[in-house]
Design a protein around this ligand. Structure first.
Ligand code: ASP
Length: 434
């Protein structure tokens, strides 16, 4: 049995956090593969190493003096090495990097040094072998991962060394040049390694004890979710819950490898288990999520229902402007197309003009719509959930603008005015989740 153990930046912000990581890793011999992000924030006013590296790159690119930024980076890394009292002399690697700094340095290469150096510190501290992600994760020149080569590399490295530390967030093209994943991508590195080695568990350690059932900025101390399916997680993440990088789930889901989200500062807490099938039925609603700033294009025309192909023609106009559609609630001679406000920022007026002209229809735009998702695998085939939702919102005098449910009955989406968003979440949490 093998476990991939990934630690986020807040679990690696200083020597004390490294110590916690070591206790966690050494307390279970199955934890043989460790993935790290770059040193994170020590407190809310601090700056992540990755952000400093992006800033350093911008300074270099635009020929702005960069010594102060470099010194901040240097001091952070050397400070951790000294506090840990390890043999690895990070100053050599830092001095070598300093010599490489120039106006044309690759951003991907420079930014990846955050994870690279953090992994070197961690490998020395744990006594595990450092394996560079550039020798594991291989990308074709079209930026798609070469899955076969990556799997072979990972298997070989693990077979050779047995216990390894791998920097997250990057891989390389076949010529060795570094390619970064998107922000937060160390989660994905952990997931890819888990898949390549077909491990029994992928642990993802952060500074929260699992996924919360609602946004803690709106709901006071929401409960943590014990178990959640990959599909439920996708619904919650899509609707704004920030949990894992959105590409994390795909590699492990294929092999049904569970992900356990755990808290480095509270390791005894079970956290949240994400897997294909969950049996826990103690909660009907797993969680709530939501987002503001949606916009509805309301389209109406007399006898529209008799015009075959009307909807297709309308949607093809949205497609032409590359706008992704969230929902299409419909009446008989009218329907509306709900989209994220940001997706039509630049083309809203052209879109309306074209819809009016091509469809000869009335088109109005309604702004400031918020969508709230009620997500739960245990809601399927159970009566009364919508009843509770309507009753709750009725009591709060909140007008429901839109209601949608996917065919799997995994989620119910409610559209309300943006001004009612917080009240909606609070009331639904109280009556459905708490
Ligand atoms: N350090 C990178 C970031 O801040 C990647 C990661 O932490 O996953 O986005």
């Amino acid at each position: 049995m093998l476990v991939v153990t990934k630690f986020g930046g807040s679990s690696l912000s200083c020597a004390t956090q490294f110590e916690k990581v070591k206790n966690i890793v050494t307390s279970d011999p199955k934890r043989k593969i460790v993935v790290v992000s770059a040193l994170g924030k020590r407190d809310s006013s601090d700056t992540k190493i990755t952000d400093l590296l992006y800033i350093l790159h911008a300074h270099l690119k635009y020929s702005v003096p960069y010594e102060d930024i470099w010194n901040m980076l240097y001091t952070r890394f050397v400070g951790v090495q000294k506090d840990l009292g390890i043999n690895y002399d990070i100053t050599k690697d830092l001095d070598a990097l300093y010599k490489e700094l120039n106006k044309n340095i690759s951003q991907d290469y420079l930014v990846s040094r955050g994870e690279y150096l953090t992994a070197k510190l961690m490998s020395s501290y744990l006594g595990y072998t450092f394996v560079d992600a550039k020798d594991l994760l291989v990308f074709n020149y079209d930026a798609k991962m070469d899955e076969g080569t990556t799997e072979k590399n990972v298997k070989n490295a693990f077979a050779k060394y047995g216990t390894i530390v791998v920097p997250g967030f990057y891989g390389a093209f076949p010529n060795g040049s570094i390619k970064l994943l998107s922000r937060g991508g160390s989660d994905v590195t952990g997931s890819i390694l888990s898949k390549c080695l077909n491990v029994s568990l992928y642990e993802n350690w952060t500074d929260v004890s699992g996924i919360l059932a609602a946004d803690p900025r709106i709901i006071d101390k929401p409960r943590a979710i014990k178990e959640i399916t990959y599909a439920e997680l996708r619904e919650l993440s899509y609707m704004g819950a920030s949990v894992l990088h959105e590409e994390t789930v795909f590699p492990v889901q294929q092999l049904n490898i569970p992900i356990n989200l755990k808290n480095t500062n509270e390791p005894s807490h079970p956290g949240t288990l994400i897997k294909n099938v969950c049996t826990d039925e103690s909660n009907i609603v797993t969680g709530l999520a939501g987002k503001k700033d949606f916009l509805s294009f309301n389209i109406s025309k007399d006898h529209m229902s008799n015009e075959i192909g009307f909807l297709r023609r309308a949607l093809s106009i949205f497609e032409k402007y590359n706008v992704s559609i969230e929902h299409i609630p419909s009446g008989i001679d009218s329907f509306s197309v709900v989209v994220a406000g940001s997706s039509v920022e630049k083309c809203q007026y052209e879109l309306v003009t074209e819809l009016r002209k091509e469809l000869e229809a009335n088109v109005t735009v309604e702004k400031d719509i918020a969508l709230v998702a009620v997500v739960g695998r245990n809601m399927a085939k159970r009566s009364g959930i919508c009843g509770t939702i309507f009753q709750t919102l009725g009591q709060e005098k909140i007008n429901v603008k839109l209601l949608a449910q996917g065919p799997e009955e995994l989620n119910i989406i409610i559209g309300v005015a943006s001004k009612d968003y917080e009240t909606t979440l609070k009331a639904l949490y109280q009556n459905l989740v708490a």
